[in-house]
Design a protein around this ligand. Structure first.
Ligand SMILES: [Zn+2]
Length: 155
């Protein structure tokens, strides 16, 4: 592992959407791409101190914005190229349809359904995806196998 790539052109690493135009998620400093579903950290470095220490770095060495799920880029890119859909990543509370803060509807349509659809795709195709993307994809393939087998048993 290494530090996240420094983003110098304010563009999404997968689809080119402007990072400064993305909506906030419910996780401090995190924004999500409405086109492909990748997420970025815009406020400060959220990487763990011990991880940074293992690289001989400090928080000052990390430039924001950075993609905070960089290990998932190849997998999300594949999904986006195949389906043209968002992978719906990001930390969200609630479904977004009825999301109200201080009596005002946020106007954010959280990508909860997109995330479900992405997860379903990963589970359905875990065998091929694991072969192609392996350990670096940020996915627990064993868990995918378990869920797929459980779903199969239900039918
Ligand atoms: Zn994007």
């Amino acid at each position: 592992m290494e530090l996240p790539k420094q983003i110098t052109n304010d563009k999404c690493l997968i689809c080119g959407y402007e990072i400064s135009s993305m909506n906030w998620s419910d996780y401090n400093g995190q924004v999500w791409c409405p086109k492909c579903g990748l997420t970025y950290q815009r406020i400060e470095c959220k990487l763990k101190e011990e991880y940074l220490k293992s690289l001989g770095k400090t928080k000052k060495d990390v430039k924001v914005p950075y993609c905070d799920i960089e290990e998932m880029i190849p997998l999300i890119k594949e999904y986006f190229e195949l389906t043209g859909k968002s992978a719906g990543q990001g930390a969200f509370m609630g479904t977004g349809q009825d999301y109200v803060r201080d009596g005002i509807k946020s106007g954010n349509t959280y990508p909860v359904e997109a995330k479900k659809e992405f997860n379903k795709w990963v589970i359905e195709n875990y065998k091929e995806l694991e072969k192609e993307f392996g350990d670096g994809a940020g996915i627990d393939w064993e868990k995918c196998k378990e869920i797929k087998n459980k779903n199969r048993a239900k039918k």
